[in-house]
Write a protein that binds this ligand. Structure first.
Ligand code: COA
Length: 445
C-alpha cells in the first residue's frame, strides 16, 4: 500500500508583530524575562486590518499550490481547522475555495469541503480525515488541502494575552508524499474538561494554569495509549518531536515528563542510574504523596543530565524556532513546530530521510493525540522553499497604541476605523461585507 502523508507545506504569518519584551512588557508593568525566559516567546504575530483567517489560509494555499504545480482539478477535498470561525453554518473552506477560484483556472465545485473543530487538535484531526479518505480509496487520485488557520486573540489583560498569535499553515495530503508519511498507529488521551472554551463568544474563557495541567495529563494518556497500540517509544527512535506549542515554556515542561516516561526500563535509565538513581516506582511507596515528591526530585535531576540535554537539543529545541517569534497559532501550532524542526535540520544538513518524528498534538476541552511520521526523501527540498523567515523579518512592528487599536479592529464587539499599517502585495485581502453579512475577498496584484 502506498505511503500517505504531507506532500507540501506552506506557512503564512499575520503581517504585524507585537514585541513582547520591548513593547508589551513595559506597558503591562512586567519584567520582559517573564515572556522571553518564562514563556519562551519574543513576539506575537497579529493580522493587519485586511487580514483574517480566510486571507491567511488562502494566501498560504495559493503559494503552496503554485509552488507544487497543483491545479484546482487536482484538489478533491478542502478542510479548514480553526477555533476562530465567524460563521456557524458556512464553513471557512468555502471562502478559501472562492479565493482560490479567483486566481486559478477552473473551479472547486467537485471538491468536498468542511470545517473541523476541537480546539488546537483539529488541524491534526483534519490530516487524519484526509489520510482516511485517501486510504479508503475515495480520492480518485486527487489531493486533500488541509488548512489550519487562527487569529488567537485573548481578552485584553487576560494572562493569555502574552501568548497571542495569528497565522495559517496549509498542507497538501497525498500518496507518495515529499515531506512525511503518517503511521497508522495513534494514541489518544481525551476527557471532558473545561480548561479553555468559547461558549458563543469571540475571546476564550481560560483557566490558564489548569489548561497546562490538562495538557500534561492528556499527553501522558496519549503516550500510554500509543504504547498500548504497539508503538516503541524509546527516545532514540525519533529525530524530531514536534509538540503543540502554545508557548515554548509549555513544551519544555511536557518534554521532560515525556522523556522520563519513555526511558523507564530502558538502557538510558540504567546508564544514568549511577548519577541520579533509578526512577521511583509507585509500588515502593506506601503513601502516594511521598511517591510524587520522589518523582519530582528525580525529574528535576533528570532535566540536568547530559543525556536529557542532548536529546532535548536534538529532538525538541529545533521545533520551537518559529513559535518563539509568532506566538500561539492554535490549530497551526503543532504544524509550525513540525516545519520548524525540519527547517532547522535542513539548515544543519542533517540527513533525516527514513527517520521518524513523533508528533504530539493537543486541544483544550480536551484531547491529546500522538502518532509517528516517517520523513520522506523530498523533505529538505520542500522545506527549504518556505518563506517564513522573510515573512517574520518583514512584519510591521507595532507600538503599544497601535496594538490596542488593532486588537479593537479584530474585536467583533468594538467599532474602530483604522487604516492598514502595511500595503497588500500579491495577496488576498478582506474587502468588506456582502448583502447577507458574508465577508468578501479580493486578490490584490
Ligand atoms: N524571568 C524568568 N521567568 C519568569 C519571570 C522572569 N522575570 N517572571 C515569570 N517567569 C516565569 C514563571 O515562573 C512561569 O514559569 P513556570 O511556569 O515555569 O513557573 C512563567 O514565567 C509564566 O509566568 P506566570 O506568572 O505563570 O504567568 P501567568 O500566570 O501570567 O500566565 C499562562 C501563564 C500560561 C497561564 C497564561 O499565559 C495563559 O493563560 N495562557 C493561555 C492558555 C495556554 O496557553 N495554556 C497552555 C496549554 S494549551
Amino acid at each position: 500500500m502506498n505511503e500517505v502523508g504531507i506532500d507540501g507545506v506552506e506557512i503564512r504569518t499575520g503581517k504585524l508583530q507585537l514585541d513582547l519584551a520591548e513593547t508589551f512588557a513595559p506597558a503591562q508593568g512586567e519584567d520582559p524575562g517573564k515572556y522571553t525566559k518564562g514563556l519562551g516567546l519574543r513576539a506575537s504575530s497579529l493580522p493587519d486590518v485586511y487580514e483574517d483567517i480566510v486571507t491567511m489560509g488562502a494566501n498560504a494555499a495559493h503559494r503552496l499550490m503554485e509552488r507544487k504545480g497543483v491545479d484546482l482539478e487536482d484538489i478533491g477535498r478542502i478542510d479548514v481547522a480553526t477555533e476562530s470561525a465567524f460563521d456557524k453554518s458556512k464553513p471557512v473552506s468555502t471562502y478559501v475555495a472562492g479565493c482560490l477560484e479567483q486566481v486559478f483556472a477552473g473551479d472547486l465545485h467537485h471538491a468536498n469541503k468542511g470545517e473541523r473543530k476541537f480546539a488546537c487538535v483539529s488541524g491534526t484531526q483534519a490530516l487524519d480525515d484526509a489520510f482516511n479518505w485517501i486510504r479508503a480509496g475515495r480520492s480518485r487520485g486527487r489531493k486533500a488541502l488541509v488548512i489550519a488557520t487562527d487569529t488567537a486573540l485573548y481578552e485584553r489583560d487576560d494572562p493569555g494575552e502574552a501568548t497571542q498569535g495569528a497565522g495559517a499553515v496549509a498542507m497538501l495530503i497525498d500518496e507518495d508524499p515529499d515531506v512525511a508519511s503518517f503511521s497508522t498507529l495513534q494514541g489518544y488521551g481525551s476527557a471532558d474538561e473545561t480548561d479553555f472554551l468559547k461558549p458563543n463568544q469571540q475571546f476564550p474563557s481560560v483557566d490558564g494554569k489548569r489548561s497546562m495541567q490538562v495538557y500534561l495529563a492528556r499527553m501522558r494518556e496519549a503516550l500510554e495509549d500509543l504504547e498500548t497500540a504497539g508503538a516503541d517509544t524509546h527516545p532514540d527512535n525519533f529525530a524530531l518531536i514536534p509538540f503543540h506549542t502554545p508557548f515554548p515554556g509549555m513544551v519544555k515542561k511536557a518534554a521532560v515528563l515525556g522523556y522520563r516516561h519513555c526511558i523507564r526500563g530502558t538502557d538510558i535509565e540504567a546508564e544514568i542510574a549511577d548519577e541520579i538513581g533509578r526512577q521511583p516506582r509507585p509500588e515502593a511507596f506506601d503513601d502516594g504523596e511521598a511517591y510524587l515528591d520522589a518523582l519530582k526530585e528525580y525529574t528535576d535531576k533528570l532535566a540536568e543530565t547530559t543525556q536529557y540535554a542532548e536529546w532535548y537539543e536534538r529532538t525538541v529545541a529545533p521545533t520551537l524556532g518559529i513559535s518563539e517569534h509568532v506566538g500561539n497559532w492554535y490549530t497551526g501550532s503543532v504544524h509550525i513546530a513540525r516545519a520548524a524542526g525540519l527547517k532547522a535540520a535542513a539548515e544543519d544538513a542533517r540527513d533525516l530521510t527514513g527517520q521518524q518524528m513523533l508528533v504530539a498534538s493537543y486541544g483544550s476541552g480536551a484531547q491529546a493525540e500522538i502518532h509517528a511520521e516517517t520523513i520522506q526523501p523530498g523533505w529538505a527540498d520542500e522545506i527549504s522553499q518556505l518563506s517564513i523567515d522573510e515573512q517574520i523579518q518583514n512584519r510591521y512592528d507595532l507600538s503599544f497604541e497601535e496594538y490596542e487599536q488593532i486588537h479593537d479592529v479584530h474585536n467583533h464587539d468594538a467599532e474602530t476605523d483604522l487604516e492598514p499599517l502595511t500595503t497588500p502585495d500579491g495577496e488576498f485581502v478582506f474587502d468588506g461585507w456582502g448583502r447577507m453579512g458574508e465577508r468578501k475577498y479580493t486578490y490584490v496584484e
